[in-house]
Structure formats: C-alpha cells, structure tokens
Ligand binder design. Sequence first.
Ligand code: ZN
Length: 491
Amino acid sequence: MLHELKTRLAEVDDLRSAASLLHWDQATYMPAQGASARGRQLATLSQLAHEKFTAPRLGELLDGLRSLESDPESDDAALIRVTRRQYEKAIRIPAEFEAKFSAHTAQIYEEWARARPANDFAAIRPLLEKSLDFSRELASFFPHEHIADPLIDFSDEGMKAQSVRALFSALRAQLVPLVEEVTARPPADDTFLRGHFAEEKQEEFANSIVRAIGYDFERGRMDTTHHPFMTKFSLGDVRITTRARENDPTELIFGALHEAGHALYEQGIARNLEATPLASGTSSGVHESQSRLWENLVGRSKPFWEHFYPDLQRTFPEQLGEVSLEAFVAGINRVSRSLVRTDADELTYNLHVMIRFDLELEMLEGNLLVADLPEAWRARYQSDLGLASETDANGVLQDVHWFSGTIGGAFQGYTIGNILSAQFFAAAEREIGDLESQIRRGQFEELREWLTRHIYRHGSKFTADEIVRRATGEELSTAPYLAYLRGKFAA
Ligand code: ZN
C-alpha cells in the first residue's frame, strides 16, 4: 500500500512540476501572445493534479496506512501524516473552483505585468475584485474563526489571523521607537551605488557569490524576470530568477542572495523525499527565514564584505575603487522610510508587511472595498511611514502577490521569516562558535551544514513549530531578532 501511495503521489508531483515549469516560462521567456493559451494549460494541469490528489483511492490508502503514522521520527510516518493533512484540505476544494481560479490567476498576472508600469489600477480593478471573491470563496470551504485563517494556514500552518496580529503588535511596539531613533539621525551616504553598473558584470559577480554560499548550478540556474522568485521542478532542478538595475547593483546582489537562500533550502532536502509532499520547505515563514538569513544576516554583514568587497571593487573599479569598506557596508545598510517594500531596509521592512497584512484582513472582512484600496494604501503609508506614493505603480500595484494568487495568506510569512532568521542564526552561532570569522574568510560550509542538519534536509517532515523547537531549543520568539536589529542599527 505504501508503494502504491508513493507512486500516486509521484504522479501528482509530476503534474505540479510541469505546471511550475510552465509558470517559470511565463515569467521569464514566454512571448506576450502566449498568455491566453498558457492560462488554459496551467488550468488543465492544476485540475488534473487536483483530481489525482483527491481521488477516493488516495483516501483509502491513507486510512489503510494509519497504523504507520505514529512514529515521529520515521520518514514514512511523516509522509502519511503530512499527505493526510494536505488531502483533507484538498478534498474540500472543488476541482471546478481550482480550474477557474487558476485560469483567473494567469489572466490577472498578465494584466498586472502591463498595468503596473502603466500605473493603471482602474483597468485591473475588476480582476482584483474577482480575486477577492475567489479568496473568500476558497476560505469558506474550511471551518474558521476569521475568514483569513484558512488562507494563512495554507502557507503558515498553525498560524491564525489572531496569532499573527498578536505577534506583529508585539514586534511593532519595539520596532516603531527603534525606527524613530535611527531615522532621527542623518542616513548613511549611498550615492556611490547610483552610478552606472553594467548588467553583465553585475551578473557575473552575483553568480560568484551565490556559488560561494553553496547554490549548486548543476542543480539549478539563474534567469531574469519582473518579480524575482525561486521555483523547483525536482530536487535536481531548483531555479532562481532575479532582476538587475544598471543604476543600483544592490537589487541584483541581494535579490540573488535572497532567492539563493530559498534555493539552498530546497537543494538541501534529503533526496529520498523526492516526488513526495515532504520534498519542499515546511512553511512560508521558515522558507523566508532562509532567504533572509543569507540576504541579511550573512549578506549585509561586515564580515561578508570583508571577504567579497575587494572582488566587487575589482569588478567596478571606477564606481567603487575609492569607496572604503566601512562606507560601503554603511551604504548597503542605509535606513530610510521608503515607498517600495522590496527596496526597504531591514528595519522598516516589517512596517511594509504589516500594512499589507492589515489591508488584506480588512478586504476579506468586507470592511474595505477594492475600489477604495489605493486610497487606503496611501493613508496607511502616510500614517505608518510618513510618506505616500503619488502613483499606484509604487503603491498598491507594486507587489505581485494579490495579482497572482489569493488576497490573504501571502505576506505574514515575510515578517515571520525575518523573526526566525535571527533566531536560527543565533542558534547556529551558539553551536558553531567562530561563525563570524568563518564568514570573514568566505567559508559557509559549517553554517550551511548546520542549517541542512536542523532545517533543510527535513523538508516538510516537521511543522514550523517543531523545526524551531528542534533547531533552537526555544519557541518562536521576537527577542533574537530585536536584539540583532538593535545591535546593528541602534549603535
Ligand atoms: Zn522570499
């Protein structure tokens, strides 16, 4: 029976991987005229995968294998447990809904790619209203206290609107005064990052650093897109996408480190979990903790640049030859209130996330109309960050999330990830000891090995809570993150 279960799950995985490949292609190389057929193809594949995964036979197999479920350490037991959780969720979603939503998603994504640069919220508004209807309908298939709970649970299992709100308000209470304190001082100079940096040279450099931290190009590749992401077709093919700006090399450098962090997690999953529901990261928060750990705790640290800055200076001698290491590190860690989440510094970043989280809860609750969203967005930026965008392109249209999936469930993971990145890093540092001097020498094996042992190799075998407890010996806590931020920025 276990063999039959695995065979069926591998078929589901094949269909989903094929859909992921089509989606990757849509976001990288597909010509514009391919969009409508691509939407249909994605809908067909997702419907087939859904039908296969919700087949009554799968339920019978899971019931028959129930006796194997109890051993907490065994891979097979975890496979049955995790598959059952996913199965019980999936059978609540009608295949017809799945197909309609997937076709809608492809359509709105394509429209967003046009509407964002055109600053055209009016054109995309009816589609976004449909997305909100779809999101509410999806949530309604599940029992819930808050309408957002099922959507949050899809990406961060075990979390609810209420628990995320509590976590965020605890963080916010400490973060806002810290932001006030730091932004009261004049920001670090970073004008040297605004020159002209040839894209090709940036790519070569970004390639070299993601290779150095351990991203395996034999099992992946790097391409360009509008909105960078990591995707996986198998444990032997984990791809990252990035975007470059010729007048700002940090976009590519930190974007590449971020996506490579996601990819290290997936490339680090034990190969024997291949083609099962265990072969992916356990939650969006834990996933984001890995992108943030490599992007920020490692990649924006002084020790990291003590090693790599001479290389970067050699790559761009005219632009950076005269800029000291200290000035460079201060520049890449410049704190200032800004309009765009993906450009935000580490300190203000979470305020951007909280705005989105609150607005999507309001929309789902029916307390905010899509039509009023651009104004509500501006008002929140004004009150939380002290500035508001004149354009929707740099306002409500800036993030892909609401235009490529549900409204709800996609943003909280970023801040949970930030919190966890510091908690994991602190635990690794306690165990490794001279982690900082290893990073200063460009050595990342021991850190990667620690992360692999405690997090990566398990895939989805353990829940986020279990991973945190096993890796750190503690419950999820904002203390290490706040200590890290204070140590870095308040000084
Ligand atoms: Zn990410």
